[in-house]
Design a protein around this ligand. Structure first.
Ligand SMILES: NC(=O)c1ccc[n+]([C@@H]2O[C@H](COP(=O)([O-])OP(=O)(O)OC[C@H]3O[C@@H](n4cnc5c(N)ncnc54)[C@H](OP(=O)(O)O)[C@@H]3O)[C@@H](O)[C@H]2O)c1
Length: 291
């Protein structure tokens, strides 16, 4: 799929974060593209189902920007919100009807004729692999979706789908503050099957600025600061370099709303920590020497 070095996460651009106006969306899009960040990450639900549309409204002003841009969006979660009065409780829906309806609504909101990568947002306990395959095949045949992937899927969830549909990517939470994918088989499974890996909350979702840091977060930040002094990098650059250094070739989905922070991430996207530097950060996460 040829991802850019980092992906611009749009979850915090709208109602759930910075509340960008149309001009701010446009500026943010252009600045990302100028930095070579061509991939933008959405979900139908962001901003309680409003962010895709706000982004699309900005894109309508300069539709030519779409030519150099790749769009990811997700479907499958039904949130309770005044924007969806028919949703009575929070639930998941991976029925063929819901996937197709959600993708078509995303196309219309984003003002585009295709989604570059559509993800099932979370594994659904009522998941029927053949129904998902049927929906994705249809969307792909119509040219509405180019690639298919999943999010927050464990190896056994991906195993269910792979016999009937090509799973090209998995987006999961991964950072020096959340290392579960190194232990639950996700890292190995994705490497084994050539599934592209994207990390959401690559900086712990605000862990750097949180006023109530856990001891673990304090340890990780302290080591990143120490390494940063040696390497001439900021703390966030060290923590991202830690992700880039893993052989699963992770692409971070950055949640920042600040262009300078995206630039800082792009600058070090080719940097790799030595194994000892990588293990220093991991040891800080664990709070003890590895066995
Ligand atoms: N698939 C899923 O289930 C899922 C779930 C959650 C998120 N996502 C995707 O992943 C993206 C990123 O998630 P996230 O927002 O949790 O990630 P994050 O990048 O770990 O956290 C973003 C937060 O950290 C702050 N921040 C970033 N860099 C910083 C720095 N150098 N110093 C201090 N604060 C910094 C940001 O504030 P500023 O804006 O002020 O920089 C923002 O509040 C989302 O936009 C979304 O696209 C996917």
């Amino acid at each position: 799929m040829n991802f850019s070095p980092v992906i611009a996460g749009c979850m915090n651009w709208g109602q759930w974060g910075a509340k960008f106006n149309t001009q701010q969306y446009l500026t943010a899009i252009k600045e990302c593209l100028e930095l070579g960040v061509a991939w933008f990450d959405h979900a139908d639900i962001y901003g309680h189902y409003t962010t895709e549309e706000e982004f699309g409204t900005a894109l309508k002003i300069e539709p030519g920007l779409r030519l150099n841009m790749k769009l990811i969006t997700k479907c499958g979660i039904k949130m309770v919100t005044p924007h969806r009065p028919d949703h009575k409780i929070k639930s998941y829906d991976t029925s063929s009807e819901h996937i197709i309806g959600s993708a078509e609504r995303s196309l219309s909101n984003l003002r585009t004729d295709h989604i570059d990568l559509l993800l099932i947002h979370r594994p659904d306990p009522m998941m029927d692999a053949s129904e998902i395959a049927e929906a994705i095949d249809k969307l792909k045949t119509q040219g509405k979706v180019l690639h298919f992937g999943v999010s927050n899927f464990l190896p056994h969830h991906m195993s269910l789908l792979r016999p009937v549909i090509k799973v090209e990517a998995n987006q999961f939470e991964f950072s020096a503050f959340h290392t579960t994918p190194l232990l639950d088989g996700t890292a190995e499974y994705c490497q084994q099957h050539g599934i592209a890996c994207m990390a959401w909350s690559p900086l712990g979702g605000g862990a750097l600025t949180s006023e109530e840091k856990t001891d673990q977060a304090r340890r990780v930040i302290a080591v990143a600061e120490l390494l940063g002094e040696d390497l001439g990098l900021s703390i966030d650059q060290v923590l991202l370099a830690w992700l880039f250094s893993h052989p699963m070739r992770i692409v971070p989905v950055l949640g920042t709303t600040k262009t300078a922070r995206i630039r800082a991430a792009v600058e070090i996207s080719k940097l790799r920590l030595s194994r000892e530097q990588w293990f220093m950060v991991y040891r800080a996460f664990l709070g003890k020497e590895i066995a």
